[in-house]
Design a protein around this ligand. Sequence first.
Ligand code: PFF
Length: 465
Amino acid sequence: MATVRTSIHGYWSSRFVFVLAAAGSAVGLGNIWKFPYMAGENGGGAFVLIYLISIAVFGIPVMMSEVLLGRRGRSSPIHTMSILADDEGRSKAWQLLGLMGVLAGFLILSYYSVIAGWALSYVVDTASGTFSGVTAEQAGEVFNNLVSNPQRLLFWHTLFIVLTMIVVLRGVSKGLESAVRILMPALFLLIIIMIAYAILNGDFFAGLKFLFEPDFSKLSPDMVLKAMGQAFFSLSLGMGAIMMYGSYLPEDASIATTSFQVALADTLVAILAGLAIFPIVFANGLEAGQGPGLIFNTLPIAFGQMTGGLLFGTIFFVLLVFAAWTSAISLIEPAVAWLIEKFSISRLSSSIICGFVTWFVGLGTVYSFNTWTKIEVFNGTFLEGKSFFDLLDYLTSNIMLPLGGILICIFAAWLMTEKSRHDELKIKHDGAYKLWRFLARYVTPIGVIFIFLHVLGVLEKINLT
Ligand code: PFF
């Protein structure tokens, strides 16, 4: 049976480029926008702790499993799962895993693009001096004026989708390499500058305490689910993005080392972003749990006050847009590649179709912040008060991605033959291989299902906890 396949979509030119591209997918709004506001809403330290544990015990094993499947199948996730199911004598229904991933990618990108639109709009605001010497209240007004205006949101959302599709239609390996190589280190540098500002002018100690002193009274099943969901979201796991990128990975690259490097870089950026933001939040008496507007209400105050803030602020938001861009590309690439394989259409047509559908679904999020802030049909249910955006975010991050992650682990660590997974992972150290297999076989599936059941209240009902 042929195990070394070729990819019709191209290859990364080296292992390092895969790390850059996967880190480009992982590092995005999830780290800089979502992580701080989720930590803020869920009480800080305890959330951060569960998030870090989730990265280690679920994130790294799932990432290795996902890259493993991708490189072995060398196609879009749906096709890869169908090929591997054949190879291993398993049911064709495993394709549904790829299909769920494609759906999750569409849904995530539809709202991701609206938030990336906020960042685009902030590039213009910052560059034009809107935030010079701004107070916390004025910064809040600028944000409210933006999100309460559907036309403005729509404009930026549309622009972001177009920018994303331009790269996708050129073919990922061409467009992405050069962008990520320069932009990731630049983003890193800017966050460090922000932290320096936070140390000098913010309440750094309060920020540190908030992020790293766990208050275990804040622990709840729903909070644990959110921290775990954030780990999957931030590492781009469970929906095939990393599987897709893994399919372009050269044969001789180590899956374990690359996965580890990507997870480390991603986690570092999230923690550093938290360290840059919370000292400013506390120094200005802002609300840590204010939700999705957090960084947009906070960072402009710093940029408005620091020397060179106009320049730094503008560069920061430009880099945030780029970080979102490289993630967005990975969200839609599995769908684009699948349409090409399935219907033999061109990359151009496939990109246009995918871009349009995502744009259209994104309208629901555009209106979630102004005219349609609650979905009325949910009144009286546990979803009462949720907007379309809240719903998509909850469904994708907390349910679809972890579920995808479990299935990926089950396929890689249970259903493939020992030889297939061993050949593909090529881990020389036997102990390390066994550790991966143990985590992927038992810890991830059981852990995630345990958290699901806890949230549903099933364990309480049968007196297990
Ligand atoms: N990891 C990205 C972020 O943190 O912004 C978001 C993301 C990209 C999630 C790709 C899932 C994905 F497949």
